[in-house]
Design a protein around this ligand. Structure first.
Ligand code: ADP
Ligand code: GN1
Ligand code: MG
Length: 372
């Protein structure tokens, strides 16, 4: 990763911090924002997590930050008194705003660094998968009584596969980076499954699935864990807005059940770990089951196919457009990512009868929790 060339300590001073900054480290593996860990020079004062918000991706930074402030306030209001639960918490600027815009048009926000926390890019144990399921289910259920009208749509049509496919077809047509001839196998996979992958959209449009407040970026590394692998809380709230629960389930399955990294070039290494699938499903249904409708439960297995497919479409579209959206580390990174996603999609598809059976069995075991 590049070493930061911003005056991070000076930026931190724009916020209501205590103590001082003794060390700045690039942090995390996100594809959109830039994240820095700020160590405090005074041991009694907190460490901080500073982020440069990608405003090419998030055009309405104020709307985005107001969403995060509202969501974190709602989550805060639901904490059980007397417990030591930790949550993502923003720090205001000295002017009382929730972000700072510097002279070069960079947008910055500051959080408390949650002490003793860590995240994983690839799941190592069923405990992590189960805890992540509990965390995302609890997140949805805690927000289920929040008024969705309070939230701006930070990226319009974010998980609308129809829109993603339209962008993809346009990218093929325009062929801006002259890469279309190299991706015929991927184009073929996308085209073959277009129809089947529209089912969640169709159910939604037919009024069969409720729109809820969802996270929309339920990667495993958006859960913080403590040293004993208990999930502390869900982070990365940039895309919290209305959506279908199947999107969150699918994106979590995409990153949690894959035995390899999201950008693994060796497709043989990409396998679906069914134990991790079962553990995530159990954790999720345990905390979200009480509010899900029967149709939503049925939609989960479609979400698990849709999200890897959609992620492949998005990586490939970016590749065809010349890598303008996702950060890349080498020239063909988006192509390698897309291939990995389609490989995972194909394996999930082949194993879907078995995976559906796991959902059905979990539902049966948890029938007391689920809605009548
Ligand atoms: P991105 O949008 O780039 O994915 P995230 O908000 O997910 O950015 O942050 C990147 C990483 O930084 C996370 O995966 C997590 O490891 C860490 N992180 C984010 N916020 C906090 C926090 N408040 N405390 C501790 N670690 C955090
Ligand atoms: C991006 O910022 P990060 O890395 O958590 C992307 C997600 C993708 C993900 C793929 C705003 O998430 O939608 O699923 O990369 N975020 C945005 O790893 O586009
Ligand atoms: Mg993240």
């Amino acid at each position: 990763m590049d070493t930061p060339n911003f005056d991070i300590a000076a930026i931190a001073l724009k916020f209501q911090i205590t103590g001082g900054i003794s060390e700045v480290r690039k942090y995390g593996t996100g594809h959109i924002n830039d994240t820095f860990l700020l160590k405090n020079s005074n041991a009694a004062d907190p460490d901080y997590l500073l982020q440069r918000i990608n405003h090419q991706v998030f055009k309405d930074v104020l709307g985005l930050m107001e969403n995060i402030a509202r969501v974190t306030a709602h989550l805060q209001s639901k904490l059980t008194p007397g417990t030591n639960q930790k949550l993502l918490q923003l720090i205001d600027t000295k002017d009382g705003g929730c972000f700072y815009r510097d002279g070069d048009n960079n947008y910055w926000r500051l959080y408390f660094f949650i002490p003793g926390s860590r995240s994983y890019d690839v799941a190592e144990t069923t405990r992590q998968a189960y805890e992540a399921g509990m965390a995302f289910g609890r997140f949805q259920s805690t927000l289920s009584d929040m008024d969705p009208a309070l939230l701006s749509e930070t990226i319009v049509d974010f998980h609308n596969i129809q829109k993603r496919l339209k962008d993809f077809h346009e990218a093929v047509q325009v062929n801006k980076a002259s890469r279309v001839s190299a991706v015929s196998a991927e184009i073929d996979i996308i085209t073959r499954h277009e129809q089947a992958m529209s089912i969640i959209n169709e159910w939604g449009q037919a009024g069969l699935l409720p729109k809820r407040i969802t996270h929309n970026d339920t990667k495993l590394n958006n859960v913080l864990f403590d040293a004993d692998d208990n999930a502390i809380c869900v982070i990365d709230l940039d895309t919290v807005m209305t959506g279908y629960v199947a999107y969150d389930f699918g994106d979590a399955i995409r990153t949690i059940t894959n035995t390899a990294a999201e950008d693994e070039p060796d497709l043989e290494k990409i396998q679906v770990n069914t134990d991790l699938f079962k553990a995530y499903t159990e954790g999720y249904l345990k905390t979200a089951g009480s509010f899900l409708t029967e149709k939503e439960v049925e939609s989960l297995s479609w979400g698990m196919l849709l999200l890897p497919y959609m992620q492949g479409v998005r990586f490939l579209t970016d590749y065809l457009q010349g890598d303008t959206y996702f950060k890349i580390e080498y020239p063909d990174h988006n192509l390698i990512r897309a291939k990995a996603q389609f490989s995972l999609f194909t394996k999930l598809y082949e194993q879907s009868p078995q995976l559906r059976q796991i959902i059905t069995e979990t539902v049966a075991a948890y029938k007391d929790i689920l809605q009548e």
